[in-house]
Design a protein around this ligand. Sequence first.
Ligand SMILES: C[S@@+](CC[C@H](N)C(=O)[O-])C[C@H]1O[C@@H](n2cnc3c(N)ncnc32)[C@H](O)[C@@H]1O
Length: 238
Amino acid sequence: MSDFDSSQWTDSEFSQEYRTYANDYLPDRFKLIEIVKSFFKHFIHTVDAPRVLDLGCGDGLVMHQLLKNDDRIRATLVDGFSEMLESAKKRLADFDTVQFVQATFQDLLEDDRLPSNFDFIVSSFAIHHLEMKEKQALYQYIYHHLSTDGFFLNLDVVLAPYQDLEQWYLSLWREWINANVDSSKKPELLPIPQQYKDNPDNFPDTLSAQLEALQAIGFKNVDCFYKYGIFTIFGGKR
Ligand SMILES: C[S@@+](CC[C@H](N)C(=O)[O-])C[C@H]1O[C@@H](n2cnc3c(N)ncnc32)[C@H](O)[C@@H]1O
């Protein structure tokens, strides 16, 4: 079982380092967010005052990008770590229709405290911190918290299904860092790809296992909407 309280995500320094360096080492982070925005615009924009939930929101970057395009959004941001939520609050200070909930995914599963009528649920680089059984439970939770025709998108790293592919995917990632990052930062950032499995807080599962889990729960229109090495966006509709 994953344990948020003993994970690095409750360490101020680690959490701050993520906020400082994520743009440098997550390949094409803003391109991925553009895809989420495009998806939202295409499928959800016609909903009046859409309710949007971000699970594991970090410093609120994804919700901020959505709100800048559509300020009718009624946003709920959930994260287990108070300092992440404080950063998100600062980032979203100009928006009124935003709620912040400090809770781990495990807390939500044990003691639900969210409404069940979201039009769009998004999560970015957070669900791979759960083991497969917990992912399945969270996907079920997400399904039950979507309105009819509401969509879930997970932007996340996945486990490569074969070792030779994994080696290629990780070298793609290192090549991206090499090409996009200042030389001074490379010694610190180049070891990060290896952490996707080696870090004990990470439990990536294959894309196919997660698509099957969504289908088994009842999600419709399940698909992978983007993939580059281990970086994916996938999801489905209630
Ligand atoms: C890699 S960061 C991603 C943050 C943000 N979504 C983004 O894309 O920048 C992972 C986030 O998930 C949160 N997190 C990790 N495990 C969690 C859990 N079990 N319950 C709630 N939040 C969790 C961490 O506190 C952190 O903010």
